[in-house]
Design a protein around this ligand. Structure first.
Ligand SMILES: *[C@@H]1O[C@H](CO)[C@@H](O)[C@H](O)[C@H]1NC(C)=O
Ligand SMILES: *[C@@H]1O[C@H](CO)[C@@H](O)[C@H](O)[C@H]1NC(C)=O
Ligand SMILES: *[C@@H]1O[C@H](CO)[C@@H](O)[C@H](O)[C@H]1NC(C)=O
Ligand SMILES: *[C@@H]1O[C@H](CO)[C@@H](O)[C@H](O)[C@H]1NC(C)=O
Ligand SMILES: *[C@@H]1O[C@H](CO)[C@@H](O)[C@H](O)[C@H]1NC(C)=O
Ligand SMILES: *[C@@H]1O[C@H](CO)[C@@H](O)[C@H](O)[C@H]1NC(C)=O
Length: 300
């Protein structure tokens, strides 16, 4: 039996197909990955506390894991994408994004390291260098175990360096130089067996480097001299000096202030006797000095 096809039924058929098409395209739209809500709230709170807003190419008011945060735009060396994040949206069958990089670099941020940071549990790269962060480095950073690159140097952070940082077994690079810490480098740093770069110049610390650092077999750069800082060379001082290796340094009683020569790498190292004068940072009014003695100096 043939059912007669009425124009009305054909009309409904077309409507039905249209509805299905709209539904399926809406389905793909909702399949767009979204940022983990806890991380979204933490990110907005942190940037809000620091008074920083995002570049228009990065939609922080809505979905932060969008635009530059998920395309191939470089974050590390991109001045326009600062503050900035990168997300990994492959979680939960490509439906959930986690924030894996956060950069707030050299933006004159005044404040402390906020508690909300501990909710960015997927961070593997945190770049907070060259701001005016004060207060302690929170121990919870030691729980952020995916961390590979942690940069908090050139700030005004104080208090002891938490031993919990020694839990960051995936850490490859740790920059914390030019701060105002007290105490000494924790022995636990010897547990950072993947560490390749450690920048700990002018920390404000006293004491020796822990012997446990000799466990760090992957270490390529241990910087106690800051990159891009001025230094002055003194040969001798008011009296003649004899170094441990019996090199005699003549008296040379010149009053030294910050030199105009800027080190742009750490390859200059073993040349003469350095009295190291760090760059004055904002209203830091404290000089510290690091004296290295080498026999085969070629400069004066
Ligand atoms: C966000 O991620 C955290 C850590 O993985 C998880 O505990 C939490 O349930 C997630 N929140 C949502 C809303 O998915
Ligand atoms: C930002 O996200 C919101 C909410 O997801 C959305 O309504 C808005 O169109 C987005 N803006 C841009 C520029 O992508
Ligand atoms: C997630 O996305 C990637 C890249 O677009 C794709 O190769 C992969 O098959 C997707 N995985 C799932 C579970 O959809
Ligand atoms: C972290 O996220 C949880 C769940 O969203 C929230 O209850 C808690 O207050 C957050 N912690 C901080 C320190 O912001
Ligand atoms: C980490 O280092 C400390 C001090 O060097 C040591 O006592 C401790 O056992 C180490 N922890 C682990 C889990 O290896
Ligand atoms: C450094 O920390 C000490 C306390 O440990 C404090 O008295 C001093 O003001 C701090 N200096 C700077 C420049 O923040």
């Amino acid at each position: 039996m043939v059912v007669p096809e009425s124009p009305l039924m054909r009309y409904f058929g077309v409507i039905l197909i249209l509805c299905l098409l709209i539904l399926s395209s809406a389905g793909t739209a909702t399949a767009q990955a979204t940022t983990n809500k806890t991380e979204l709230v933490a990110l907005n709170t942190i940037l809000g506390r620091w008074g920083k807003s995002a570049n228009s190419n990065w939609n922080i008011s809505g979905e932060p894991c969008s635009g530059w945060a998920i395309d191939s735009t470089d974050l590390d060396n991109n001045q326009e994408f600062n503050p900035g994040i990168k997300c990994d949206c492959s979680y939960n069958s490509n439906k959930t994004c986690h924030i894996v990089k956060l950069k707030v670099y050299s933006l004159d941020v005044v404040g402390s390291i906020p508690d909300e940071l501990q909710n960015l549990t997927y961070l593997s790269n945190l770049q907070l260098a060259q701001n005016y962060l004060t207060g302690p480095v929170p121990a919870f950073i030691g729980n952020m175990t995916p961390m590979q690159y942690l940069s908090i140097g050139i700030n005004a952070l104080s208090g002891p360096i938490p031993k919990e940082l020694g839990n960051l077994r995936n850490l490859i690079s740790l920059g914390m130089g030019i701060n105002n810490f007290s105490g000494s480098i924790p022995d636990e740093f010897g547990n950072l067996t993947n560490l390749q770069q450690l920048y700990i110049d002018s920390l404000g610390l006293s004491g020796e480097l822990p012997k446990t650092l000799s466990n760090l077999k992957n270490m390529k750069i241990l910087s106690k001299i800051p990159v891009d800082s001025s230094f002055a060379i003194r040969c001798g001082g008011a009296r003649s000096l004899t170094a441990q290796d019996t090199t005699v340094y003549q008296s040379d009683n010149v009053n030294l202030s910050a030199a105009s020569y800027y080190v742009t790498g750490i390859t200059f190292l073993p040349v003469g006797t350095f009295i190291y004068v760090p760059v004055m940072h904002k209203d830091f009014n404290k000089y510290s000095s690091l004296i290295l003695t080498y026999s085969d100096y070629t400069n004066s």
